[in-house]
Design a protein around this ligand. Structure first.
Ligand SMILES: [Zn+2]
Length: 376
């Protein structure tokens, strides 16, 4: 396995990364490139951009939010630049208490209208089950709802400008150059956010019984409808230096945003993914089962790239967190009416054979420190 010389990313990765001749990954190169950008110039470009939309529609823009620190940062920018924003939330109903508090406070704090949409309970439960069985991702419904619903509302309410936070695979893996000003595309949504699956993959499954009428927040608008409104998804990370640690400080200090009181099992960060309880839990544990790493790696990478910790510190974090069985697994199994044995039966189908070997009936892999360990 090849690992980045600077951060902790491995070559086998759900995020498309590659390495330069010095063995540094594209994610680290992107993180370094951000320091070369003239951010004052970028802010001016942003001001020029929003001029085209201000005061011309029912709302100047849509800001998709989950209530997390990055959502607060986006709403903070919308407020700072006097945009009349409409907040839009796809709500998974499985939030930690602080996440619910943060989400519900946004309307009051920022003074924006806020649409919070949630599918029916039985639809969600079925989608959790199908997500695990078919895609190895219980939270696929969440990825789909988060990335699709704001575009649906944009078309319905004829609001062309959608302000997204960062483009995930660029921020983590350097998928695009910061100088490309990449915008939201349906292709990225389908191939990356949704790993090539779409709403129809959840329908006509014999024992789950979902059909198109259950799929409202997941069906992407038709191309001609988007064009008619001129829907455009702009990433704020192209115009403002994007740093989760700073977003956290701004959210907490200016707006009383709350991090999780109870630490997460699978990461040292208490201010990331405070919304859905399974994002840092079962969902991330599935990433470990599939690829052999999790949020310990992801969150340590951010801090290494910001020079807040060393790579050696990062390795300790990875070995401490990435393999941990999360405490929400039991609650999740109860929620979807599945036994733990069934969970593993489905999850094990997705183990990458380049990462995992079964030795004497136990799953083993070689860790970042070069040692082979058993993870059962
Ligand atoms: Zn790297």
């Amino acid at each position: 396995m090849i690992y980045c010389k600077k951060c902790l990313f491995q070559e086998i990765n759900p995020i498309p990364i590659s390495f330069n001749k010095e063995g540094v990954c594209t994610g680290c190169i992107h993180a370094n490139d951000k320091y070369k950008v003239n951010w004052i110039e970028r802010e001016n470009q942003f001001l020029e951009l929003i001029k085209q939309y201000k005061g011309k529609y029912e709302y100047d823009c849509i800001v998709p939010v989950s209530g997390g620190k990055d959502s607060y940062f986006a709403a903070h920018l919308a407020k700072k630049y006097n945009l009349n924003a409409l907040l839009v939330t796809y709500y998974s109903k499985r939030f930690v208490p602080e996440g619910d508090y943060n989400l519900n406070k946004m309307k009051e704090i920022f003074g924006f209208d806020h649409i919070i949409y949630s599918p029916a309970d039985d639809v969600l439960i079925k989608m959790h089950r199908i997500g695990l069985k078919k895609m190895g991702d219980n939270n696929m419904h969440n990825h789909m709802g988060l990335t699709t619903l704001p575009n649906i509302i944009a078309v319905e309410k004829k609001i062309p400008l959608v302000l997204w936070g960062d483009q995930g695979f660029t921020e983590q893996g350097g998928m695009h150059s910061i100088n490309d000003f990449v915008e939201y595309t349906e292709k990225y949504r389908f191939e990356h956010d949704q790993h090539g699956f779409d709403w129809y993959d959840f329908t006509n499954i014999e024992d789950e019984n979902l059909d198109k009428k259950d799929m409202y927040p997941f069906i992407y608008p038709a191309e001609n409808e988007l064009r008619k409104v001129g829907v455009r998804g702009v990433y704020l990370s192209n115009y403002f230096f994007y740093d989760g640690n700073e977003n956290y400080k701004i959210s907490k200090n200016l707006y009383g945003w709350k991090e999780a009181k109870k630490p997460f099992d699978r990461t040292f960060r208490t201010f990331s993914n405070v919304d859905d309880i399974h994002e840092n839990g079962v969902h991330d544990y599935l990433k470990f089962i599939k690829f052999g790493f999790g949020r310990g790696t992801d969150h340590a990478n951010y801090d290494i790239r910001l020079n807040l910790i060393t790579r050696k510190d990062g390795i300790k974090i990875v070995l401490k967190y990435d393999h941990v069985v999360p405490s929400d697994l039991e609650g999740w199994c109860k929620y979807v009416k599945m036994t733990k044995e069934e969970f593993y039966e489905h999850a094990d189908k997705f183990r990458d054979p380049r990462v995992w070997s079964k030795i004497d009936g136990s799953w083993t892999k070689i860790d970042i420190d070069g040692k082979r360990r058993v993870y059962d």
